[in-house]
Design a protein around this ligand. Structure first.
Ligand SMILES: NC(=O)C[C@H](N)C(=O)O
Length: 337
């Protein structure tokens, strides 16, 4: 009988990378003061015995770090392992446990480069497992539920936090401390409650199997950096980043991705020297940067990131620039993904 149910259940692999979901604090009252990336994947799985009702689950520790320290090499390592597993006939879905600080970057990266329609679900927690009202157990349970659900196929990389199913492209960490930290300007795709998913919408942008990018063809990512716009800003950071080898600069601009008159000449000069300039917005609730609004992008040969926040724009620029150095192609890619 047991063997029969095992055969019916989906096979889900949990790839653990660290973060607060694997964190531990000194006391149950420590919901914000703790060390991330302490618990191994086997302990995470053992902490939620109910996972066995949802799927045949096995774990792999890919790395053990807080997500603010994730590098491009880490992204490539994780992305390649996901692709290998997705190709395996014995794997129906993949869950990635991850710190929340850069979870939105990793989820978007995988959404762009994984050529599979099998569910890939990225999950984290806002409180360590040692804290009162820890959110990691339920988030992980929901992630495995979504990863083992056939309905999750072909919907791009997903993020399950706080009972919501979000698109890995759209979702962003919008508040810290609170467990309702992950929001998307376009709303969640669905809900996951008591191990069952309820779907309401689909992503309109290209992803996974419909993406022109493939992790198997990417061996390194170009350096793309972000500089922040604010009152009284100077061009120092932009110039320094370019001098240090940035192939593209994401302008985390004010409002409409506007650029201070003190910075414009430096960005025009950098573009002439081959650096791509990509205007995004650092507004909190979702930017919307349009070409030639605020700045003459056609004349300057700059690119706009449209609704992508600066950190997501960095991910797309890196992936795109593994294939093209042409600013018009880059702009096409920013409209389509
Ligand atoms: N809640 C978290 O996971 C935060 C942690 N600094 C991380 O990103 O790894």
């Amino acid at each position: 009988k047991e063997a029969e149910t095992q055969q019916k259940l989906a096979n889900v692999v949990i790839l653990a990378t660290g973060g607060t979901i694997a964190g531990a604090g000194a006391s149950a009252a420590n919901s914000a003061t703790y060390q991330a990336a302490k618990l191994g994947v086997d302990k995470l799985i053992a902490g939620v015995p109910e996972l066995a009702d949802l799927a045949n689950v096995r774990g792999e520790q890919v790395m053990q770090i807080a997500s603010e320290s994730i590098s491009n090499d880490d992204l490539l390592k994780l992305g390649k392992r996901v692709a290998e597993l997705a190709e395996s006939k014995d794997v129906d879905g993949i869950v990635i446990t991850h710190g929340t600080d850069t979870l939105e970057e990793t989820a978007y990266f995988l959404n762009l480069v994984e050529k599979t329609d099998k569910p890939i679900v990225v999950v984290g927690s806002m409180r360590p497992g040692t804290a009162m009202s820890a959110d990691g157990m339920l988030n992980l349970y929901n992630a495995v539920a979504v990863a083992s659900d056939k309905q999750s196929r072909g919907k791009g990389v997903l993020v399950t936090m706080n009972d919501e199913i979000q698109s890995g492209r759209d979702v962003s960490k919008s508040v810290n401390i609170k467990t309702e930290a992950f929001k998307s300007a376009w709303g969640p795709m669905g809900m996951v409650v008591e191990g069952k998913s309820y779907w309401f919408r689909l992503p309109a942008k290209r992803h996974t199997v419909n993406s022109e990018f493939d992790i198997k063809q990417i061996s390194s990512l170009p350096q793309v950096d972000i500089a922040y716009g604010y009152g009284n800003v100077t061009d120092t950071a932009y110039k320094a980043l370019a001098q240090n080898g940035a192939k593209a600069l994401i302008h985390a601009g004010t409002g409409n991705g506007s650029v201070s008159s003190r910075v414009v000449p430096a960005l025009q000069e950098l573009r002439k020297n081959g650096v791509q300039i990509i205007r995004s917005s650092h507004v909190n609730q979702g930017g919307f940067v349009l070409r030639n609004a605020e700045q003459p992008d056609d004349k300057n040969d700059w690119v706009v990131a449209h609704d992508l926040n600066p950190q997501k724009a960095r991910i797309l620029a890196m992936v795109a620039m593994t294939r093209t150095q042409d600013s018009k192609e880059l702009q096409r890619i920013f409209w389509e993904y």
